[in-house]
Design a binder for this molecule. Structure first.
Ligand SMILES: Nc1ncnc2c1ncn2[C@@H]1O[C@H](COP(=O)(O)OP(=O)(O)OP(=O)(O)O)[C@@H](O)[C@H]1O
Ligand SMILES: [Mg+2]
Length: 982
């Protein structure tokens, strides 16, 4: 057994080592380096000796080939590569890269790095280069480029992450065949925006032929990306790289004697990186390792072998290595020279020596470490004080030579000292530029700048910087932190104070604390004289809160006050006020008022330019909602499209989840169920990013309806219960949405009690407007009918109908008519039920609500069956099924199919047979029937004998009795295909 050498103080913790991030026992490096022979050195480092052939990965390579083939065939493929450090993830990505290139794909490769996790989009800066337009291009690609590589910083400030993500998506979406391969390595170290972007691209696959491949260490999985891949399902190729077998290790070491090979195979456990490391150790060391039962503890010695060269370097080489480690993944010779304080000549010579030792590659004038472990070791060996000064030099050099803002800020943040004004300025610049695209990082920089400078040094700018800091914290998901900072601004001067108050209210609203939000706004309004625009803005915020509370009166009051303050000459604000006015009117049942204000809001918004709409883009939410509820779904879609346009050009995406939720509701109405669900998922993801549990809950509330129609009531009830357990949504309006959907699910499941519990109760507790009153009465009517109270059911159904008709709302009228049809069916008034259901179909078709129309067809079909009209029933059910099918309402379709299958065997009479049978039942003789129908007696007799046969009876009385029971059971149908005639 070998003794382990004592660990130096401050050595790296074992966990770091186990994650493969570095070396622990510095003292051993010198030790093992002395044992290196030149031949052994060559095994490590593919640049010096040709890289060992790839072994033992046939199955995995075949999977990669299949993924490439999918993309070359025009499809989308995701590849996930994971495994322990050194297992060969990067190597496999390289193999994938070669295969993709051979298939003609444009390869875009990026790699995250351990020490640059604070650099926004670091992983993508390199990867997107082949896709992005040149420096001076215009348009979206250019905006993405500026944001991602941090040049032209001022412009970065206006671009937010939503726009960057969709911009990158569009770049890939437009990829021409044979397509693009986006390969991202070491995602366990990726910066947050890069991770979010990756998740976005996987969740919303571009339509162009695209391969997205990610690699990361199993121990540090990037959760969002892993989850997104899980959602892709079988189309994702998931590879967890196993250890190599002894035979593979043999192939890796063809020239090594068998006994030694066996030792290496055992000690390495089949990890190819360890194989390389161990192959540079002497036999006796190897034997000791193999005998050491605590292989885990020997890991450090194995890894030590990898980096010995660094400690063994001469002074100049070491400086180059340290400087390159500080400079980052792609360090130019210039930069390294400046950081190392060496002439460029010396750096070039040193870099060549490092290259010969297999430690770094030199690629287009840039130094790159061959393996992250080597960089980690150099970084560590450089020492903290040297690193501090080196980062300062790196920052200075990059600033002077046009380095990207985020990389400069990264170095500044590592070398700034208290009171360093220049450093604080850089951090503020970066914080302002990245507030919207990388808010968490921007908050970090701004917070740091604020701490570096004493409070008075920023002077007048401090409140504005604080406000931005708060905004970045809020957008980055730290709502609590944001609140804290905003409190500091309660006594700031205008306009910062009002803005801070408005933002504080916004933060409260995001958290679902409507009361708190209202308190803040009211206090600000009562606090003293404000310029009319500021006051108007606060009133609009208050109106929005009124709407969330379902307080139509307050909503209108605040909206009116706002309008009185600035009239229509501030079109964006006025549009917001009018949209909310419309919303409040509708909640109160003033449909005409709602129409009037909604139309005015649309006119104003149409006339307003996008930049003026930016701060008020949320207005399109209530406006689209109102248009939809007023039955103009096209207008709703148009408003949301406009909102998307405005958001695309804006910095702040905090309104995005809300707008997505409304869009999901509109898509649900239009029967686009899959896109609706996707939108709610996207909304929930964005809400999660900005830390808004409330927005998340809103998204879930809206998703319940499409969930019901696609997955059925059990899944929906479970989801609604989960949501209710969180106590959200806290705002009444969205809570109501969730409750109505839950009531509907209960009804679908046949749970009339729980359904009635939700929709009963005093009338005052529900808004009076038809969009809430009608569904409530509708659900009540149907639930009561199911539980046998046909009288009550009829009353509610009729009331729903008259409210909807009076308001002239086709969608609500359709639902109400559907409820009346249902009640009639339960009352066995089949003809009436069928006629009403057909009317409901017409109204719902007019309202562009295809699922609801199909539901009514379904109901009509059932009524026709019961009424004995097979042909019409068949037709209605077929069309209902087509409707469900076309819109992916899988659960509804399965109900209908079950329904059809369960329909008891029918007795089908032709129209003539039915007519003659009825006449027999009314007591006529065959002769009388013959004369009445202008037939011969013989013909009547032959018809009757067929009826007897079909019913299995022998006498006229038995036939009459049988027809009565068959009609009652809904089994007797008339085959309308048969014509009445002899
Ligand atoms: N199947 C293999 N056949 C031959 N060599 C391999 C194989 N797999 C990996 N290697 C070599 O082993 C070394 C480590 O592999 P690689 O860098 O790909 O590991 P990794 O999984 O990316 O590690 P990390 O998590 O540290 O990034 C490289 O030199 C690589 O060329
Ligand atoms: Mg790797």
């Amino acid at each position: 057994m070998r003794r382990r050498s004592a660990r130096p103080p401050g050595a790296w913790p074992a966990s770091r080592l186990r994650a493969g991030r570095g070396i622990r026992e510095t003292t051993e490096w010198n030790l093992s380096s002395r044992r290196l022979s030149l031949a052994q050195q060559r095994v490590w480092g593919g640049a010096v000796a040709p890289e060992a052939p790839l072994v033992g990965r046939d199955a995995q390579l075949a999977a990669l080939d299949a993924a490439v083939a999918t993309v070359a065939g025009g499809g989308f493929a995701v590849v996930k590569l994971c495994g322990e450090p050194g297992i060969g993830k990067t190597r496999m990505l390289r193999a994938l890269s070669q295969r993709a290139a051979a298939a003609g794909l444009l390869v875009c490769a990026g790699q995250a790095t351990e020490f640059e996790q604070d650099v926004p989009f670091a992983t993508y800066a390199e990867a997107l280069r082949p896709l992005l337009p040149g420096r001076h291009a215009d348009g979206e690609g250019d905006a993405v480029r500026r944001a991602v590589d941090g040049h032209g910083a001022g412009s970065a400030s206006s671009v937010d992450r939503a726009r960057i993500y969709s911009g990158v998506w569009r770049l890939l979406d437009g990829a021409r065949p044979p397509g693009v391969a986006l390969l991202l390595d070491d995602l366990h170290w990726a910066d947050t925006p890069s991770l979010e972007l990756t998740e976005y691209l996987i969740r919303k696959p571009p339509r162009g032929p695209t391969l997205v491949a990610v690699a990361f260490r199993t121990e540090q999985p990037p959760a969002g990306v892993v989850d997104a891949i899980a959602h892709v399902g079988p189309a994702a190729t998931q590879i967890s790289l196993p250890h190599l077998g002894p035979a593979d290790v043999d192939k890796l070491l063809p020239k090594v004697p068998p006994r030694r090979r066996a030792l290496i195979a055992r000690a390495s456990g089949g990890n190819p990186l360890y194989v390389q490391a161990l192959s540079r150790l002497r036999d006796d060391t190897l034997a000791a390792l193999v005998n050491d039962h605590d292989i885990d503890a020997s890991e450090s010695r194995i890894l030590t072998g990898l980096v010995t060269d660094i400690a063994d370097l001469d002074e100049r080489q070491r400086r180059v290595a340290y400087a390159a480690a500080v400079a980052g993944a792609h360090a130019s010779i210039d930069l390294v020279a400046y950081v190392a304080e060496l002439p460029a000549r010396a750096v070039i010579a040193g870099a060549d020596q490092l290259h010969r030792r297999g430690l770094i590659d030199v690629d287009r004038g840039q130094l790159r470490f061959r393996h992250p472990l080597v960089r980690a070791a150099a970084h560590e060996l450089a020492g903290p004080a040297w690193r501090f000064a080196a980062h300062a030099r790196a920052a200075a050099h990059l600033r002077a030579h046009g380095g990207s803002l985020q990389v400069v800020a990264h170095h500044v943040a590592r070398s700034a000292q208290p009171g360093d004004e220049a450093a604080a300025e850089v951090l503020i610049e970066a914080g302002l530029a990245f507030t919207y695209s990388a808010p968490a990082q921007a908050a970090h920089w701004l917070g740091m700048a604020l701490r570096l400078l004493p409070a008075d040094r920023l002077g007048d700018r401090r409140p504005a910087v604080l406000l931005r800091y708060a905004r970045a914290l809020g957008l980055g998901g730290d709502l609590e932190g944001s609140r804290e900072v905003l409190r500091e601004l309660a006594h700031a001067s205008e306009p910062v104070r009002t803005e801070a108050a408005a933002f504080r209210a916004f933060v409260a609203r995001m958290r679902g604390d409507i009361d708190e939000a209202e308190m803040l706004l009211t206090a600000e309004l009562n606090g003293g004289r404000l310029p009319p625009a500021a006051e108007g803005k606060l009133c609009v915020e208050l109106a929005a809160l009124g709407a969330l509370r379902e307080d139509g009166e307050a909503t209108r009051r605040h909206a009116e006050r706002a309008l009185a303050l600035f009239g229509d000459d501030r079109p964006a604000l006025a549009a917001a006020a009018r949209a909310l006015h419309a919303f409040g009117s509708l909640q109160d049942g003033d449909v005409a008022g709602a129409r009037h204000h909604a139309a005015a809001a649309t006119r104003l918004a149409d006339a307003a330019t996008s930049p003026t709409l930016r701060p008020h883009v949320e207005l399109f939410g209530p406006l689209a909602w109102v248009h939809m509820q007023l039955g103009d779904v096209d207008a709703a879609v148009r408003e949301l499209d406009r909102a998307a346009q405005v958001v695309a050009s804006t910095g702040d995406s905090s309104a995005v989840p809300y707008l997505l939720v409304v869009r999901a509701a509109v898509q649900t109405r239009l029967g686009h169920l899959a896109p609706a669900v996707q939108l709610t998922e996207e909304a929930a993801a964005v809400a999660g990013r900005i830390g808004s549990a409330e927005m998340r809950a809103m998204a879930e509330a809206v998703s319940l309806r499409p969930l019901l129609w696609t997955a059925g009531p059990s899944a929906t009830i479970a989801a609604a219960d989960r949501l209710a357990a969180t106590g959200r949504p806290r705002s009444r309006m969205w809570w109501r949405v969730a409750r109505v959907n839950l009531a509907m699910a209960h009804l679908a499941a046949g749970n009339t009690g729980p359904c009635l519990d939700i929709v009963s109760g005093p009338r005052e507790s529900w808004p009076a407007g038809p969009p809430t009153a009608v569904p409530r009465d509708t659900l009540r009517a149907v639930a009561l009918a199911r539980s046998g109270d046909l009288g009550g059911a009829g009353r509610f159904a009729r009331r729903a109908g008259s409210v909807a008709e009076a308001a002239g709302l086709s969608y609500e009228a359709g639902w109400a008519t559907w409820a009346r049809a249902y009640v009639a069916l339960r009352a066995r008034r089949f003809d009436e039920a069928a006629a009403l259901a057909d009317q409901a179909v017409d109204r719902l078709v007019a309202a562009e609500a295809p699922i609801e129309a199909a539901l009514s067809r379904h109901l009509a079909g059932v009524a026709y069956i019961r009424g004995g009209r097979a042909g019409r029933a068949r037709d209605a059910l077929r069309r209902a099924r087509d409707g469900y099918e076309a819109h992916g309402a899988t659960w509804l379709r399965s109900v209908l199919d079950r329904h059809r299958a369960e329909t008891p065997p029918r007795v089908a009479l032709s129209a003539r047979e039915r007519e003659i049978a009825e006449l027999v039942r009314s007591g006529l003789t065959n002769q009388e029937i013959a004369s009445r129908l202008f037939l011969s007696r013989r013909t009547v007799e032959s018809h009757l004998s067929r009826v007897f046969a079909k019913l299995g009876v022998r006498s006229r009385t038995a036939m009459a009795a049988r027809i009565a029971t068959e009609l009652e059971a809904g089994r007797l149908v008339v085959d309308e295909g048969s014509r009445v005639g002899p």
